[in-house]
Design a protein around this ligand. Structure first.
Ligand SMILES: [Zn+2]
Length: 253
């Protein structure tokens, strides 16, 4: 009986230490990957109530939302970031990013980066150009998610270059602001894709590999924590952050 109690006590201590170690902030920056904030049933659609709780959690936990520009400048040149930085990203350019997510983020002092597919703009459920401009005016960083959402490694080289250059220039022209970052459609890229990005003036890109980002990492292969519609509420959101932290500490990301 005594031995059993001691075993249980040792087990409890190990569990507590493991939880503390996992939850302790790591020296890597999380990038969260969202798509839609709406009540629709898709796996990549986060209900507004859940999104509100997630933003409130980040604010309460002391996170400061920073732009891709600030993150990449930190990773490449050591420019300082706030104490607990996080990058909040949205892919595809859904109208709800402006209509629903923006007011929620504003309530919690958060900001985001929205990667749009330029050919989708103007047709529901995507943003209109006017909404995109308003989103940017409200402090949102705009990035490219290509012209047509095709997998970049599968395009012929000339077509790939044209897609990267035209989506960037089209956005820069209409927004009258530099566009420097890209989210790879389907998270898919290869060496030729990265070379094309560099040739067309992009300064970094995000994929779908899980984990955190630290100085010295390849800024054309930034990792992201995917945030789909949750099945287990806030616990699941917190576990996703903790899991990225654990992978990072174990050197798996
Ligand atoms: Zn996409």
């Amino acid at each position: 009986m005594k031995l059993l109690l001691r075993g249980a006590a040792v087990g409890a201590v190990i569990i507590v230490l493991a939880v503390v170690w996992a939850a302790w902030p790591a020296a890597g920056v999380p990038i969260l990957g969202y798509h839609k904030v709406s009540e629709t049933e898709e796996a990549y659609s986060v209900p507004p109530g859940d999104f509100e709780r997630q933003m409130a959690y980040l604010a309460d936990a002391g996170y400061t939302a920073v732009t891709m520009a600030a993150l990449v400048s930190h990773l490449t040149a050591g420019t300082p970031l706030p104490a607990k930085p996080v990058v909040i990203t949205f892919d595809d350019g859904y109208a709800d990013n402006y209509l629903t997510a923006l007011p929620i983020m504003a309530r919690h002092g958060m900001r985001a980066t929205v990667f749009v597919v330029t050919d989708f703009l103007g047709e529901r459920p995507y943003l209109t150009w006017a909404e995109l401009k308003a989103l940017r005016a409200a402090g949102t960083e705009i990035g490219s998610h290509t012209l047509h959402h095709r997998a970049l490694p599968e395009l012929p080289a000339a077509e790939r270059l044209r897609d990267l250059a035209m989506s960037k220039e089209g956005l820069e022209w209409r927004l009258d602001a530099p566009v420097r970052f890209l989210a790879y459609p389907f998270g898919s890229f290869d060496a030729a894709t990265v070379a094309a990005l560099k040739a067309t003036g992009y300064r970094g890109a995000v994929g779908t590999m899980p984990g955190l980002n630290k100085p010295g990492d390849d800024v054309y292969a930034l990792k992201r924590i995917n945030i789909p519609r949750s099945r287990f509420g806030m616990l699941e959101f917190r576990l996703r952050l903790i899991r990225a932290n654990v992978y990072f500490k174990l050197g798996l990301s």
